[in-house]
Design a protein around this ligand. Structure first.
Ligand SMILES: *[C@@H]1O[C@H](CO)[C@@H](O)[C@H](O)[C@H]1NC(C)=O
Ligand SMILES: *[C@@H]1O[C@H](CO)[C@@H](O)[C@H](O)[C@H]1NC(C)=O
Ligand SMILES: *[C@@H]1O[C@H](CO)[C@@H](O)[C@H](O)[C@H]1NC(C)=O
Ligand SMILES: *[C@@H]1O[C@H](CO)[C@@H](O)[C@H](O)[C@H]1NC(C)=O
Length: 590
């Protein structure tokens, strides 16, 4: 008879094993349900081996294969023409060169890679690095010169930026990080890493003609010998173009910068540039449809959510009103297709929208209508058209009041935080080399967060899941309670995987894709540039008084202090403007 099993879970990622000890053999049950009986020594080996597994030892792959893309021009063709005689390919077949075992994010070290197999005629432009606390998910661009214009040249020499020789960090032997010295008129777009002190051969890498490069900035911290970056020490950062938007031309090469100093110093590593503004790698309409079928996000609402999304046309058709300054007593019903909304101009306060006046109708409209709701898709080039951003906009007729959490008590903040007309969005960033989803942006009022593909929750294939917070509709990649504030009191953002969910792929409308010219007809409401709700005329002091009434002594002053310190975006008495007035319409997400 086996003894009662001792049952424990090894702290390994991502495959957990449950281990049942018996006599001379150990039964190992993986999370996939596979059982295997191993002699004790072998099982202990597995134990040892797996406990040293780091996140980076696993390669991240989207849960489902990518779709077959409809025919088009350059989208998902694997290659991009940057002009000036330079073509680039995205290489994900990388081989490990060197790794540190400590320092950097979570003090787990970082790994340095270079392309393993170079396609015919292509050359390495730099190596890739990432922290060990994340699954392997990387690429670098490799370049090919058409031979006519010397877009690429070998470096004159290398400078040693840093080596691990003098440091005591745990690492796989010694590592040496080299900066190529480019010929006149050329720039380095990446480093070479070696495990010996000898300089790499000049032929190892290529520098890029300056007119095919753009200014770069340090982005995320990849590694440094310490547990946090040291502004005076050695640091490795990922690199991105300094200027980013739908019309800017900087193309990240996927490389890193290694330097002594913090992010403020100017970088020795440049980005690439889509020198002739060639947007032929952007998806066409059919390809956008396929992208949405592949990646359209799911949005979960809280089970207590009273203020759900609606389509814009439903909102108009249900009696939303257009107000004009000076004629407040005479609002005009909005045509269901928005055709009588003022077009263009600026957010000058001359017009605004509001709910119907009739109390019954107001109540109905405020609640939205999920069943008939639609999301609105804006497709735009980013990173010099090496990526496509698909911004998926969600409209809510009403943003409910904020709620505060005080210890274990949730307090409704009366009217504070309420506004009419709420626009939130999720942005999918897709590589134009292969159509792979790279990362997703979740808007949270005036800001938001990027979440890398490996940190997303997926449902039905490669569709990311987002959670809209109760009343405020801020979007998060994980369900749970998010508190804003310090200590015991904070604004509460409850999210929940309830049964109330929107499949944005079911009902999306492509409302803008400027790079396609007139192929996409922009609805009239998109070019309405004023606010989607009125300036709400509640008195914050009055609202605080109401909240205080419901509370006992010491809580009162705590709440008062807290509410007074809330940022404007929460107090936000003004209804927001529509999607095309937001910074991300032309710029990168914040
Ligand atoms: C553990 O690693 C050792 C050496 O790297 C290897 O020989 C052994 O087969 C591995 N054991 C298992 C169970 O994977
Ligand atoms: C634009 O790029 C595509 C491939 O990415 C290439 O075939 C085409 O020649 C380029 N157009 C121009 C004007 O350079
Ligand atoms: C919008 O609807 C009105 C009728 O309500 C119609 O006359 C007009 O042609 C429509 N406009 C568009 C652009 O569909
Ligand atoms: C929670 O929601 C408020 C407004 O409802 C927002 O301003 C705040 O940024 C959110 N908190 C976090 C941690 O994102």
């Amino acid at each position: 008879m086996p003894r009662a099993p001792i049952h424990f879970i090894l702290p390994v990622s991502p495959t957990l094993y449950k281990v049942f000890f018996c006599f001379t053999h150990i039964l190992v049950v993986s999370t996939m349900g596979n059982c295997l009986t191993l002699p004790v020594s072998a099982a202990m080996n597995l134990f040892k081996n797996s406990s040293s597994l780091l996140a980076i030892d696993t390669m991240f792959k989207l849960p489902s294969p990518l779709p077959v893309w409809p025919k088009g021009e350059g989208f998902a063709s694997g290659i991009m023409d940057l002009g000036g005689g330079l073509q680039v390919r995205q290489i994900s077949d990388l081989v490990k060169v060197w790794a540190t075992r400590e320092g950097g994010p979570d003090n787990l070290g970082a790994t340095f890679f270079e392309p393993s197999l170079m396609p015919d005629g292509f050359h390495m432009l730099g190596s890739y690095s990432q922290p060990n606390n994340k699954p392997f998910f990387g690429w670098v661009l490799a370049g090919k010169d058409d031979g006519s214009s010397e877009a690429l040249k070998t470096p004159l020499d290398y400078t040693l930026v840093w080596s691990s020789e003098s440091s005591k960090i745990k690492a796989d032997g010694n590592g040496y990080v080299w900066l190529p010295i480019p010929p006149d008129g050329y720039k380095a777009v990446g480093h070479v890493v070696t495990t010996s002190p000898e300089k790499p051969l000049p032929d190892k890498i290529r520098c890029v003609r300056s007119d095919l490069t753009d200014q770069s900035e340090a982005y995320t911290w990849i590694w440094g010998p310490g547990k946090t970056s040291d502004a005076n020490g050695f640091n490795v950062y990922s690199v991105r173009p300094s200027i980013r938007g739908t019309k800017t031309l900087g193309v990240p090469a996927g490389t890193f910068v290694a330097q002594i100093g913090g992010t403020a110093s100017s970088l020795s590593i440049a980005c690439l540039k889509n020198a002739e503004s060639n947007f032929s790698c952007m998806p066409n309409l059919m390809q956008i449809e396929t992208l949405m079928q592949a990646y359209s996000p799911w949005v979960y609402f809280h089970s207590k959510e009273e203020f759900l999304p609606s389509s814009v046309n439903w909102y108009f058709g249900m009696g939303a009103l257009l107000y004009k300054k000076g004629e407040e007593s005479n609002p005009v019903p909005i045509e269901p297709n928005g055709s009588n909304l003022p077009q263009g101009g600026s957010n000058d306060g001359a017009y605004w929208l509001d709910l119907p006046v009739d109390a019954g109708a107001k109540d109905i409209v405020r609640k939205g209508e999920l069943r008939s709701s639609q999301v609105y898709v804006h497709v735009k080039p980013i990173m010099g058209a090496s990526f496509t951003d698909i911004a998926v906009w969600i409209f809510y007729p009403f943003n409910g009041p904020a709620r505060a959490q005080l210890g274990i008590v949730t307090i409704s903040l009366g009217k504070i935080g309420e506004h009419v007309g709420d626009w939130e969005h999720v942005t999918l960033r897709v590589s134009n080399f292969n159509g792979e989803l790279q990362r997703v942006y979740f808007s949270q009022h005036s800001g938001g967060t990027w979440v890398e593909a490996y940190d997303l929750e997926f449902q039905s294939g490669n569709k990311a899941v987002g959670y809209a917070s109760l009343h405020g509709h801020a979007l998060y990649a994980k369900a749970g309670v998010v508190l804003q504030g310090n200590g015991a009191i904070g604004i509460k953002n409850d999210t929940e995987k309830s049964k109330v969910v929107m499949d944005t792929g079911e009902s999306f409308v492509i409302v803008a894709a400027e790079y396609l010219g007139s192929a996409v007809a922009e609805p009239a409401w998109l070019n309405y540039c004023r606010q989607w709700g009125p300036k709400i005329s509640y008195d914050i002091a009055e609202e605080i008084k109401k909240v205080e009434k419901a509370l006992l002594g010491p809580l009162k002053s705590a709440v008062k202090k807290f509410v007074n310190a809330l940022p404007n975006e929460v107090l936000g008495e003004e209804g927001p403007t529509g999607p095309n007035m937001k910074d991300n319409w032309l710029g990168d997400e914040k």
